[in-house]
Design a protein around this ligand. Structure first.
Ligand code: 5GP
Length: 203
């Protein structure tokens, strides 16, 4: 492991559901040393192929509420009737030990994280078009038409939020988009001076 003298950076990546951020994050974590993905906890049931402790920590609503009460989550949100939250201990420990963390979360969570860590680096992944997004969501198994419709509606709204993010990556070609995400991370690591919150967008 490399010896980092700085605190670990925090990256937040958001995309409309089906925007492809999971694959991009997985690639970045595989390619870059000292980068970890934050594993959220959720009350949503696993989709086929999803593994507990890898994709999410799948927990009950009671367990989730217990974590909220004990301050174990940095931020949390309710989307599509399910709770999602970012566990505090791994992020804090990564920051202390100079490991960079990437959080794949939606916009309300991104806003909260920005309040807590003004130096957070925010990235929005755009799908090539809403038609492509719809096709990707339809390929996904395990969700019924009504849920799909709500995801698409939310995706349309989310596309309007791009201006709150500092970087945007168009996910038309996965290889190219993965390269761009890694380039952003590497560039931020090369920064001489930490960004001050006054440099950030006005939102
Ligand atoms: P999905 O059910 O498709 O895995 O996730 C639904 C939405 O919740 C996605 O936009 C995803 O990025 C977001 N999400 C996942 N984990 C978290 C989290 O810990 N906090 C927040 N705020 N959003 C999350």
């Amino acid at each position: 492991m490399s010896v980092n003298k700085r605190e670990g950076l925090v990256f937040v990546i958001s995309a409309p559901s089906g925007g492809g951020k999971t694959s991009l994050v997985e690639r970045a974590v595989r390619a870059l040393p000292d980068l970890k993905r934050s594993i959220s906890c959720t009350t949503r049931p696993p989709r086929p192929g999803e593994k507990d402790g890898v994709d999410y920590e799948f927990i009950s609503r009671e367990a989730f509420q217990g974590r909220v009460a004990s301050g174990g989550l940095i931020e949390w949100v309710e989307v599509y009737d399910h709770l999602y939250g970012t566990p505090r201990p791994p992020l804090e420990s990564n920051r202390k030990t100079g490991i960079d963390t990437i959080l794949a979360i939606e916009i309300q969570g991104a806003r909260k994280v920005r309040e807590l860590f003004p130096e957070v680096i925010t990235i929005f992944v755009k799908p090539p078009s809403l038609e492509v997004l719809e096709a990707r969501l339809r390929e996904r198994k395990g969700e019924d038409g009504a849920v799909l419709e709500r995801r698409l509606q939310l995706a349309r709204e989310e596309m309007g939020w791009i201006s709150e993010y500092e970087y945007t990556i168009l996910n038309e070609d996965l290889e190219e988009a993965a390269g761009q995400l890694q380039a952003v991370i590497v560039a931020e690591r090369c920064r001489v001076r930490a960004r001050s919150s006054s440099q950030k967008g006005s939102s």
